[in-house]
Design a protein around this ligand. Structure first.
Ligand code: HEC
Ligand code: HEC
Length: 342
C-alpha cells in the first residue's frame, strides 16, 4: 500500500511538472466561437480563423506585462474580467501613471463590432491591438520592440509557430490577441432566459415594468441599444454636455454634425462596468437614468430621441431593475470554457 502511494505521488509530481512545462497546447485544432442562434454569425478575417493555439497565445499575451515598456501593465490592468473587462476607474491610468482621457469600455461581444474606440476610428480588432500597446499614455511600447522582447521567450515563440507557422512578430501579436478577444462572448443572462428561452419566472414585476419602459417608443432606449447586442454600433450625441471637450465622431468625419457623437455602448453587464460614458463622467446607473429622464443637455447635435421622459420614482427604479437583468455572471467568472466549441 505504502509503495502504491509513493508511486502515485511520484506520478502526480511528474505529471504536474510535465503540465507546467508543456508548451500550452498539445495540438492546434480548429475551434468555433460559441454563441446563441439568435445572434448573427461572427465576421472573422480569413487569415485569423480561431484555433486552440491561436487563442491560447492570445490569452497569454493579453495577460503579459512585458507588453508595456516598464513591465507594469497588461491588457487586463484596464480590462479585468471580473468587471466585464473594465477597470472601475473614471479614466484609465497608463504604464507611467499618467491618466488617459477615456473610460475603459467592456470588451464583451466585440466580435460583432464594426468600428472600435468611442469615435469608431479603428476598423478591426486586429488593428485595435496596436493602439494600447503603442500609446505613450497606455503601454508605451513600439510593436517591433514588443515582438523582439517576447520572441526571446521560448514557450511563446513555440506557441507562435504552432499557431501561425512563424516566429513571434508584430503580425502574430495583433492576430493572436484579436483571436482571443473574439471569444469574449456574453449572452448568459436572466434577460436572455426570459426573452429568448421564454422562462417567465426569470423576471419580477418591477423588471417587467422596466423592460416595458426600455422598449417603449417614448424612452426609445432600444432604438439605439438594440437587440440582441444592446448596441446598434452607431454613433450618437445623447446630450451629455452643452459643449463637448472631446469632439467624438467629428474627429473621424471632420463633420460638425458629428460633434459629441460616440459609439453606442452595449448595456450587457452594465451593472459591472461603472463609471459610465466615454469619459467615465457618470458614476452610477441612477444618475444615467436621471440624465435620460431630463432629456439630456441641449446640444445642437443631440439625437431627437433623447427628450424629457417624466418618469416617476417607481418607474426609474423599474428601469434600473431591468438593466440589472443584463448581467452575465457565468461570463465574468470564467468566459473561455463557455464560448468555444471544439
Ligand atoms: C491603460 C489602460 C488600458 C490598457 C493597458 C489597455 N486598454 Fe484597451 N482601452 C482602454 C481605454 C481607455 C479604451 C477606450 C479608448 C477610446 O475609446 O478611445 C480602450 C479601448 C479598447 C478597445 C475598443 C473597445 C470598443 O468598444 O471599441 C479594445 C478592443 C481594447 N481596448 C483592447 C485592449 C487590449 C487588447 C489591450 C492590451 C494589448 C488593451 N486594451 C490595453 C484602456 C486600456
Ligand atoms: C439616440 C441613441 C440612444 C438612446 C435613445 C439611448 N441611448 Fe444610452 N447611450 C447611447 C450612446 C451613444 C451612449 C454613449 C454616450 C457617451 O459615451 O458619451 C449611451 C450610453 C448609455 C449608458 C452608459 C453605458 C456605458 O457603458 O457607459 C447607459 C447605461 C445607457 N446609455 C442607457 C440608456 C437607457 C436606459 C436609455 C433609455 C432611457 C438609453 N440609453 C437611450 C445611445 C442612446
Amino acid at each position: 500500500m505504502r509503495w502504491a502511494s509513493v508511486f502515485l505521488l511520484a506520478f502526480l509530481i511528474t505529471w504536474i511538472y510535465a503540465c507546467r512545462n508543456n508548451t500550452a497546447v498539445k495540438s492546434n485544432s480548429e475551434v468555433k466561437y460559441k454563441h446563441p442562434s439568435y445572434v448573427p454569425s461572427i465576421p472573422i478575417p480569413e487569415d485569423n480563423q480561431p484555433t486552440t493555439a491561436r487563442i491560447e497565445l492570445g490569452r497569454r499575451l493579453f495577460y503579459d506585462k512585458r507588453l508595456s515598456r516598464n513591465e507594469t501593465q497588461n491588457c487586463a490592468s484596464c480590462h479585468a474580467l471580473s468587471s466585464a473587462f473594465t477597470d472601475g476607474k473614471k479614466t484609465s491610468t497608463g504604464a507611467h501613471g499618467k491618466p488617459g482621457k477615456r473610460n475603459a469600455p467592456t470588451l464583451a461581444n466585440l466580435a460583432w463590432s464594426k468600428a472600435f474606440m468611442a469615435e469608431g476610428g479603428v476598423p478591426s480588432l486586429e488593428m485595435q491591438v496596436l493602439a494600447p500597446i503603442q500609446d505613450t499614455i497606455e503601454m508605451d511600447m513600439p510593436l517591433p520592440e514588443a515582438a523582439e522582447r517576447l520572441r526571446k521567450d521560448p514557450i511563446l515563440n513555440q506557441l507562435s509557430k504552432e499557431a501561425y507557422q512563424r516566429d513571434l512578430d508584430e503580425y502574430v501579436i495583433v492576430r493572436a490577441i484579436a483571436c482571443f478577444e473574439r471569444s469574449f462572448i456574453s449572452f448568459d443572462t436572466r434577460f436572455d432566459r426570459w426573452y429568448y428561452q421564454k422562462d417567465e419566472s426569470a423576471f419580477t414585476n418591477s423588471e417587467k415594468n422596466g423592460k416595458a419602459i426600455f422598449f417603449s417608443e417614448k424612452a426609445a432606449c432600444a432604438k439605439c441599444h438594440t437587440l440582441p447586442l444592446f448596441t446598434d454600433g452607431d454613433f450618437y450625441n445623447i446630450g451629455l454636455y452643452k459643449t463637448y471637450e472631446d469632439a467624438g465622431r467629428e474627429r473621424v468625419t471632420y463633420d460638425k454634425a458629428d460633434n459629441g457623437k460616440f459609439k453606442t455602448p452595449t448595456l450587457r453587464n452594465i451593472e459591472l462596468t461603472a463609471p459610465y460614458m466615454h469619459d467615465g463622467s457618470i458614476a452610477t446607473l441612477e444618475e444615467v437614468i436621471e440624465l435620460y429622464n431630463k432629456g439630456g443637455e441641449n446640444h445642437p447635435a443631440k439625437d431627437f430621441r433623447v427628450r424629457p421622459l417624466e418618469l416617476t420614482q417607481g418607474q426609474k427604479e423599474d428601469l434600473l431593475a431591468f438593466l440589472k437583468t443584463l448581467t452575465d455572471w457565468n461570463f465574468v467568472q470564467n468566459h473561455t470554457l463557455l464560448s468555444l466549441e471544439q
